[in-house]
Design a protein around this ligand. Structure first.
Ligand code: ATP
Length: 356
């Protein structure tokens, strides 16, 4: 069931169109993430849902009902922003209890019990008497989360809640947020510029660019089947190529990039047309130059091979990321090996390539 919907929403500020024709629908209980670069309109979208902004055109609907004109406090939303926004002069308990000021605790419980329940939920039992400045950044965000969840909102809105934290704390907090969200089943709209975080926590992701939604899908679909050049390059490392189609049939497409020919999956494009495709760095494997081709495309022609010059190697523990040059282009390779060579042959299976 659709819980939250944006339908053809437009929002402009003097001189800037922040959102242009944005349509999204979030299902009940879904963890839905808006991801995109700075300025693409994520926060504006979230503020429109919260009722802190109004659309110039289009509608925001909760459970099918247009919420135009409904003030934030009547929208049944809980909001957590990037900068903790806790009241410094109030204890942790008082901060959480503040979340109950409009609606009071759910009927089954008293205010005190509800605060205890929430502190336990965010793993801060026993810290209720502290002041916010006696907590770490991650703990302060847990308090903000507890405060937002206190009245059992219909929709939880999270705007970069982890961006001020260091990497380890961020990972810890994102696991807690995800498990709390699952436990409560609360519909969640999450904003982040961090594509890795978006893939890690979401049921579905909307990738935004310059005020528009480029693609909506599961993390797997966004990663494996990007539909635009922007999504292909923004989400994860990727190698994007522009190519000329040389021949195409039901089984495969042969294309040329620079002086090389590659065999790719079939497409609708005809010979002579220009196409774009991408190959993920982990789908490029280092091959022995004396062998004919990569293991699984040995019989294929062309063999999908590139001889690359390694410029930088980053050892990442489980893999090594190689930034290479090939035909005046950057090619990124991610391999479990730690190659010690300036020049390497790499290859890919046709199925590793995705057109968009
Ligand atoms: P970030 O990740 O940097 O927070 P964002 O994707 O959340 O970016 P928004 O904050 O939604 O982007 O901004 C979208 C566009 O609208 C930007 O170009 C921004 O400068 C502009 N904008 C947002 N709020 C206002 C405002 N109150 N007045 C004028 N322009 C604004």
């Amino acid at each position: 069931m659709v819980d939250l919907e944006l339908d053809g929403v437009r929002r402009a500020y003097a001189g800037t169109t922040a959102l242009e024709d944005v349509s999204l629908s979030v299902a009940e209980g879904e963890f839905f993430t808006l991801v995109g670069p700075s300025g693409c309109g994520k926060t504006t979208t979230l503020r429109l849902v919260a009722g802190l902004e109004s659309p110039d055109a289009g509608a925001v609907r909760f459970g099918g009902e247009d919420v135009r004109g409904v003030p934030t406090e009547d929208r049944d939303v809980g909001v957590v922003f990037q900068n903790y926004a806790l009241f410094p002069h109030m204890s942790v308990r008082e901060n959480v209890a503040y979340g109950l000021q409009f609606d009071g605790p759910p009927q089954r419980t008293t205010k005190e019990e509800r605060v205890d329940e929430l502190l336990e939920l965010v793993d801060l039992s026993g810290m209720g008497g502290r002041d916010p400045d006696e907590l770490s950044g991650g703990q302060q965000q847990r308090v903000a989360l507890a405060r937002a969840l206190a009245p059992e909102p219909r929709v939880l809105l999270l705007d970069e809640p982890m961006s001020a934290l260091d990497a380890r704390l961020r990972e810890q907090l994102r696991r807690s947020v995800k498990s709390i969200q699952r436990e409560l089943g609360v519909t969640t709209l999450y904003v982040t510029h961090d594509q890795e975080e978006a893939l890690a926590v979401s049921d579905r992701v909307a990738v935004m660019n310059a005020g528009r939604v480029e693609q909506v899908g599961t993390p797997q679909a966004i990663y494996r089947r990007p539909e635009t050049a922007f999504v292909a390059s923004f989400v994860g490392d990727n190698n994007v190529f522009e190519a000329e189609v040389l021949a195409s049939n039901d089984e495969s497409t042969v294309v040329r990039v620079a002086d090389a020919e590659f065999r790719l999956p079939p497409t609708d494009a005809a010979a002579g047309e220009t196409v774009r495709f991408c190959v993920r760095p982990e789908r490029l494997s280092v091959v022995d130059p004396s062998s004919g081709a990569t293991a699984s495309s040995r019989s294929a022609a062309p063999p999908n091979r590139l001889t690359v010059d390694v410029e930088t190697a980053e050892f990442l523990g489980d893999t090594t990321r190689l930034y290479c040059r090939w035909a005046d282009r950057q090619v990124v390779v991610r391999t479990p090996d730690v190659p010690d060579a300036d020049r390497l042959d790499v290859g890919f299976d046709p199925g590793a390539a995705t057109f968009f």
